[in-house]
Design a protein around this ligand. Structure first.
Ligand code: COS
Length: 384
């Protein structure tokens, strides 16, 4: 749902300009230094990117899903690491508070998340619990008006920058499954939290992940999201469901960028006396990519609209994430192929995208998890 086309057009104009004039020129530097310069972070804050999904009453832009998708399509036109910095805050890091938090929790955190003063991270994955998220082992044991948290979270995006973590931990040791899991807002400066060293990743330099280790970390009971135990897994699933549409939009944006770069290269580059874009085997790669990008774009916008209408989009969200991330991988591969030898050389930038977008098929649920979610929902529906 687009509430006011003019306001959205202004926002998209500003984001497109920021991407084109500030972020794209900084891509090489960020990849080399593994840091996003402070003035770019400031620019993101000024544009309101940290508050995209926070309701206006709390100082954010309160975008609908369709509007959020439009912004992500624009953000996808540059290195994914930039989106990563504010994306966990507007997405999986804060949505638990927004969806299931108490009014007091919303009042306390949402205004500072909206300005970017606080970065929020999502702490679900563990060394032994990835796709099987319900098997997590981190414990939160109630002691008076606190919970004592012990455990290790792994590959946590933005952990080094985080001001708060949306933490999923087991409050009921008797229940080994989803029902024993609760969600907490944990402030990063709480004693008993150690952030591991930054992971050395395949790509997305500038975006940082690390372990988060909890050792007898005393978290006030008031930080239990929604004030109810046993709801944490459902909160995580709802958050991830929305996050999958958001990530799918980024996949489409990134694929559009790679395809545009490949097309320009194909038009410029001459072999056998003519631009390689004139060769039908190259055209096949361009055409297949264009068709797939278009399909994914339509899917993402459709799923976002349905979600805004209040429909259950669990299946559609997974379809979007599955198709758009796999499509993005295929487009990345073809783009490198069209660049030929230059596709393997860092100066041309396309090999960086090839590595960066590989993550899309893994995080916020692997492609295989999306297949499972889709098929399970189909079978359940058929059984009704
Ligand atoms: N919205 C609301 N509730 C949901 C939900 C959703 N999208 N998906 C599941 N639930 C609820 C179920 O209804 C169920 O509740 P009841 O027990 O009341 O019926 C509960 O959550 C448990 O669901 P389920 O039985 O499907 O859990 P499973 O352990 O079988 O796990 C998968 C299901 C595999 C789909 C889940 O573990 C998953 O998504 N894994 C991937 C995790 C992931 O994305 N990791 C990335 C880390 S963050 S970068």
């Amino acid at each position: 749902m687009i509430r006011d086309p003019d306001t959205l057009a202004q926002l998209l104009d500003a984001v497109n300009r920021f991407v084109r004039e500030k972020l794209v020129p900084a891509e090489h530097l960020v990849a080399e230094t593994d840091e996003i310069p402070e003035d770019l972070v400031r620019g993101m804050k000024e544009l309101g990117l940290f508050g995209l999904t926070v309701p206006e009453a709390y100082g954010g832009l309160g975008l609908t899903m369709e509007e959020e998708v439009m912004v992500m399509l624009a953000m996808g036109q540059t290195s994914p690491c930039f989106r990563s910095l504010f994306g966990t805050t507007v997405g999986i890091g804060s949505q638990g508070i927004l969806m299931d938090g108490t009014p007091a929790q919303k009042d306390k955190y949402l205004p500072r998340l909206a300005t970017g003063e606080l970065v929020a991270s999502f702490a679900l994955t563990e060394p032994e619990a990835g796709s099987d998220a319900a098997s997590l082992r981190t414990t939160a044991v109630r002691e008076g008006d606190h919970y004592v948290v012990n455990g290790t979270k792994r590959f946590i995006t933005n952990a080094p920058q985080a001001g708060i973590f949306t933490l999923m931990a087991r409050t009921d040791p008797e229940d080994k499954g989803a029902g024993g899991v609760s969600a907490f807002i944990v402030e990063a400066n709480t004693p008993g939290i150690t952030i591991g060293r930054k992971d050395r990743k395949m790509g997305q330099r500038g975006a940082h992940t690390a372990d988060v280790i909890f050792e007898d970390c005393r978290v006030p009971a008031a930080q239990l999201i929604g004030g109810k135990e046993g709801q944490g897994f459902k909160t995580a699933m709802k958050v991830l469901e929305k996050g999958r549409i958001h990530i799918a939009a980024i996949c489409v944006g990134a694929a559009e960028r790679m395809l545009r770069d490949a097309l320009h290269y194909a038009v410029e580059r001459k072999q056998f006396g003519q631009p390689i874009a004139e060769f039908q085997l190259v055209q096949a790669m361009l055409a297949d990519s264009q068709a797939e990008v278009y399909a994914a774009r339509c899917m993402v916008i459709d799923a976002a609209r349905r979600r805004d209408e209040g429909q259950n989009v669990a299946t559609e969200a997974s379809c979007c994430k599955l198709f758009a991330s796999e499509m993005c991988g295929r487009v990345a591969d073809r783009a490198v192929q069209i660049f030929g030898g230059a596709g393997y050389i860092a100066d041309y930038g396309i090999e960086r995208f090839y590595r960066d977008v590989r993550l899309f098929r893994l995080y916020e649920g692997t492609s295989q998890i999306q297949q499972i979610v889709i098929a399970r929902n189909m079978v359940r529906e058929a059984a009704r």
